[in-house]
Design a binder for this molecule. Structure first.
Ligand code: NPW
Ligand code: K
Length: 504
């Protein structure tokens, strides 16, 4: 699923109007109709609704919704905040249509004294600004936003919360933006919804289909996508009936240090449960017995050192290497990492302490090869690339990093971003906060290693892997709860996640 910029959506909108039997106002009615349908399924009957309309088409949507809600029997108070001298022509049509029904009212907010009284039991429909916002809010609009935010009412933002730039192109002070309970956005997700700091602003967001022209969406250019179930399912390889374990690759997992053997155990278990043929694990000698006991399916290549990894034999028999889980950052381990990066020619997944080592030994970056996946969480990424002041800035830095080092970056988060060497970004759509638990990242590394060993292209492996990982988390939390989730439980649900991906 594409994520288009406000500008690209405007073009799709114009194309739709030009090529289909629908006018500006017709499209607005469709948008407001979808919105009202959503609302009617959720607003408790008897609720008083406060509609705030700006001077653009976002305001027009709000006015059409006000009309539809009144026709459905709701008590609606409508306020026009005409912060612009010019009011959009479609917004004027919507206002006239509203005022044509009996008892309809639309008060002009000319100053603070004209503000509505908003009760905490009210529902507020925010149609002040949509995708046309191009600068931070000022003056009366800010006062209005703050009135809404302090009211305690349920707030439904139309398209985007007013004050939030659709493409995340400027940093928003949360005081200058609506804090929506729900955001109902049209047709496609918006980039700015995917940054952690905007969660407070968007609340729970969903996409409403308003039937914009499919061809226009298909042809629109963008670097941003969201991974849907169908996208991920299309990436899954079929397993041939006559295949044997040699067909599914031999993976080498390198990790563990004293006190962190569990990380490599989890990653190894996840790897074996993700379809790999053979798994060898290289870990400090002190962890050998633990690994044999916890993961009997794996072969163990113990390091000569008891507590941390010092030297790994890389041979041509391995189809993929994973390194980092619980690895520690001992100087001798750094040396071993340099040696591995220099000699390994197969695809690699690099995680956790291996990334921290690269951050403290930046000369290692030049050894990364094109078929590498790195899987930093935001703090690890900032260590690698320098601090970012916002999610949008970090995403741009991660795109640049992927281009500069010609590898796949998996920037982990609520919407994990998988970025290829061209700077194309695919955001994951599965997963839940229950997965923010120790070892969850190790499980992902195991999955990615297994897919690389099975000869998945690194970008495909990363997109499919993050989707499966999140899906296992969703299935696990549905069957138990987010609180109950541990990395081990995630692995237990990997089987069901793969099953959901297979064609019926
Ligand atoms: N795309 C679709 O498919 C469909 C879209 N639809 C709806 O249209 C909405 C987009 O409408 P829109 O383009 O009229 O823009 P909107 O956000 O209402 O702003 C109006 C004007 O405000 C101004 N302005 C900007 N920043 C400002 C600021 N900080 N403080 C003060 N003023 C500021 C700026 O004008 P400027 O000042 O730059 O001249 C801007 O033009 C979209 O979100 C959706 O709800 C649906 O109806 C149907 C299908
Ligand atoms: K809005």
């Amino acid at each position: 699923m594409k994520i288009l910029s406000a500008n690209a959506i405007r073009k799709v909108d114009a194309y739709t109007i030009e090529h289909e039997p629908v006018s500006d106002y017709g499209l607005m009615q469709r948008a407001a109709g979808a919105l009202t349908e959503w609302l009617l399924e959720r607003i408790p009957s008897g609720t008083h609704v406060v509609v705030l309309a700006g001077s653009g088409n976002n305001g027009g949507d709000a006015l059409v919704a006000a009309r539809l809600l009144m026709l459905s029997g709701f008590s609606v108070s409508t306020y026009c905040c005409h912060h612009q001298v010019t009011v959009s022509p479609t917004c004027i049509i919507a206002k006239d249509a509203l005022l044509a029904i009996p008892d309809a009212d639309c008060k002009e907010v000319a100053g603070r004294d004209f503000f509505p009284r908003i009760e905490s039991t009210d529902w507020v429909i925010d149609g002040l600004f949509g995708s046309g916002l191009n600068r931070p809010l000022q003056g009366l609009a800010v006062d209005c936003v703050q009135l809404v935010n302090r009211s305690g009412a349920t707030v439904v933002a139309i398209d985007v919360p007013s004050g939030l730039p659709t493409d995340g192109d400027f940093v928003v002070d949360p005081e200058l933006c609506i804090h929506a309970t729900y955001t109902l956005t049209f047709q496609l997700p918006k980039l700015s919804f995917l940054f952690a700091e905007h969660e407070l602003l968007t609340g729970e967001w969903s996409v409403l289909d308003i039937g914009l022209n499919r061809n226009a969406i298909e042809n629109a250019e963008t670097s941003f996508h969201m991974i849907t179930h169908d996208d991920a399912a299309a990436l899954l390889h079929q397993r041939a009936k006559f295949a044997h374990k040699g067909h599914f690759g031999h993976a080498l997992m390198i990790g563990g240090s004293r006190g962190k053997i569990g990380a490599v155990v989890l990653a190894s278990r996840a790897c074996l449960h993700s379809g790999v043929g053979l798994l060898s694990v290289h870990l400090p000698q002190g962890g050998e017995l633990v690994l044999h006991t916890a993961v009997p399916e794996a072969m163990v290549e113990a390091d000569q050192n008891e507590k941390y990894v010092t030297h790994v034999e890389i041979s041509g028999k391995h189809n993929a290497v994973g390194i980092g889980c619980g690895l520690g950052t001992h100087p001798q381990t750094a040396k071993a990492l340099e040696d591995i990066l220099t000699r390994a020619i197969c695809p690699m997944v690099i995680d956790a302490d291996a990334l921290n080592l690269i951050a403290t030994h930046p000369e290692l970056k030049s050894l990364l090869s094109a078929n590498t996946i790195v899987t930093p969480h935001p703090v690890e990424f900032d260590r690698l690339a320098g601090k970012s002041s916002s999610g949008a800035e970090r995403l741009e830095n991660a795109r640049q990093w992927a281009v500069d080092h010609q590898c796949v970056v998996v920037l982990k988060g609520a919407y994990t971003a998988v970025i290829n060497a061209l700077g194309e970004v695919w955001f994951n759509s599965t997963g839940n906060p229950g997965m923010a638990t120790a070892g969850s990242g190790d499980v992902l590394t195991g999955i990615l290693l297994a897919l690389l060993a099975q000869d998945y292209d690194p970008f495909d492996a990363a997109r499919l892997g993050v989707y499966l990982h999140g899906l296992a988390g969703d299935l696990a939390s549905n069957a138990t709860s987010q609180e109950f989730l541990t990395a081990g439980v995630l692995i237990d649900f990997l089987g069901s996640a793969f099953k959901k991906m297979q064609k019926e």
